[in-house]
Design a protein around this ligand. Structure first.
Ligand SMILES: [Zn+2]
Length: 341
C-alpha cells in the first residue's frame, strides 16, 4: 500500500517531464477543482446582477422552469424559449468540462502556443483555436471599447493584412505578408491600422480603425463618444488628428518628430505600449486580419489585469468569458470576414 512517504521517494526517481505531469494533475485537482464552483457562482452573480434576463431576447419576464441535468432552467415569458445560467456563454454547449476551460485559460494567460496548450489541456488543435476565439469574442464584449479622459496619448500601429485561415475561394488576392507588425513608413492599403488612445490613469481604447491611411472622420467614428470632454490630446504630427481635435473640441498637443518631451505632454507611454504590443504579437507569427480585434482585446485584458495573481487571473478570464453573451458558432469562424474590405 503506497503512502505519502513512499510516493515522495518514488517521485524523486521520475524524469522531469513526468514530474511536470504529476504537478499539473495535482494542480488540476486542487486549484481548478475549487475554481469550478467559484466560476459558476460568479457567472450567475455577474450575469444577472440586475435580475434574470433572457439571453435570447433580453426580456426580464422570466421564471424558473425545473431542472435539467442538475442545472436550473428558466423560461422567458416573452419569447417562450428556455435557458440556463450559461446559455450563450463561451463554454455553452461545450462537451468539455469547465476545468478544461480553466486550464486552457491559464495557457492563454501564460502565452503558450495553441500546440502546447492543446497538449496540456488534452484536446485537439482545431478545438483550441475555436476556444481561443470564443473566449476572445466574449472578453471583447465584456471589456467593450472603453473610455479615456484627461491627458490622452493617441497613436496608430499597423499590421500587414493577412488571409491566414481563409479559404482560397474567399480570398481577394494571394496573401504575401503574414500579419506581422510593420513600420509606419510606406503605409499602403494592405495594412490594417489599429488606433490607440490611453490616458494617464491607464484607461485604454484600442481598436482596428481602417485599412491604410486613416482620416479624421475615421478617428471621429471611433473616438467621439469614448474620449471625455475637455481632454488634452497628445499625438505625433499626423495631420488627421488636427481636424479631429477641432471637430471634437479637444485641446491638441502635437509632439514634433524627434522631440520626445514637452513637460507632461508627450506620447512616450503609447509608444512603449506599442512596442510591447509588437513584441507580444510576434509570438503568433502573423494573425489573420479578421481576428486582429480579438488579439487587441486579449492584449488589453492582459494589461488591465497584469497585477492580479495568476490563479485569480485564470478564474476571472473564464468568469468574464461566460458573463458576456456569445452567439458565435464554430461554423461562423470559417466564414468570418475581415472588418475592412
Ligand atoms: Zn426571451
Amino acid at each position: 500500500m503506497p503512502n505519502i512517504k513512499s510516493i515522495l521517494t518514488d517521485t524523486q526517481t521520475l524524469p522531469l517531464n513526468q514530474i511536470e505531469e504529476l504537478l499539473s494533475l495535482l494542480e488540476e485537482a486542487l486549484v481548478l477543482g475549487s475554481q469550478v464552483g467559484q466560476v459558476y457562482e460568479e457567472v450567475k452573480e455577474f450575469r444577472f446582477a440586475k435580475g434574470k434576463v433572457c439571453p435570447h431576447c433580453h426580456s426580464e419576464l422570466v421564471s424558473r422552469n425545473g431542472k435539467y441535468n442538475g442545472k436550473q432552467r428558466y423560461i422567458c415569458k416573452d419569447c417562450r424559449k428556455t435557458f440556463t445560467d450559461f446559455t450563450n456563454s463561451a463554454t455553452y454547449r461545450s462537451k468539455k468540462s469547465l476545468d478544461k476551460w480553466l486550464k486552457y485559460a491559464k495557457c492563454m494567460i501564460m502565452g503558450l502556443s495553441i500546440r502546447k496548450s492543446a497538449k496540456i489541456v488534452g484536446i485537439n488543435i482545431a478545438t483550441k483555436f475555436f476556444w481561443r476565439h470564443k473566449i476572445l469574442d466574449c472578453i471583447s464584449a465584456f471589456l467593450g471599447t472603453g473610455d479615456a479622459e484627461g491627458v490622452i496619448e493617441a497613436d496608430e500601429i499597423f499590421f500587414a493584412e493577412s488571409f491566414k485561415g481563409t479559404r482560397p475561394s474567399n480570398m481577394p488576392r494571394k496573401s504575401r505578408k503574414r500579419g506581422k507588425a510593420i513600420k509606419k513608413r510606406g503605409i499602403s492599403k494592405e495594412q490594417i491600422c489599429v488606433a490607440t488612445a490611453m490616458d494617464r490613469q491607464g484607461n485604454l481604447v484600442i481598436e482596428p480603425l481602417c485599412k491604410g491611411r486613416m482620416t479624421h472622420r475615421e478617428l471621429e467614428g471611433l473616438y467621439k463618444v469614448h474620449i471625455g470632454e475637455n481632454s488634452i490630446l497628445c499625438t505625433d504630427s499626423h495631420k488627421s488628428y488636427i481636424q479631429f481635435a477641432i471637430d471634437c473640441n479637444l485641446d491638441h498637443k502635437r509632439i514634433k518628430t524627434g522631440k520626445h518631451k514637452e513637460g507632461i505632454y508627450h506620447i512616450q507611454h503609447v509608444n512603449a505600449l506599442h512596442s510591447n504590443l509588437k513584441k507580444w504579437m510576434g509570438r503568433f507569427n502573423g494573425v489573420a486580419s479578421k481576428y486582429i480585434s480579438n488579439y487587441m482585446y486579449w492584449f488589453k485584458w492582459l494589461r488591465t489585469f497584469e497585477t492580479e495573481r495568476d490563479s485569480i487571473k485564470t478564474k476571472n478570464f473564464i468568469v468574464q468569458s461566460n458573463v458576456a453573451y456569445s452567439y458565435t458558432k464554430v461554423s461562423e469562424f470559417k466564414t468570418r470576414v475581415p472588418q475592412f474590405n
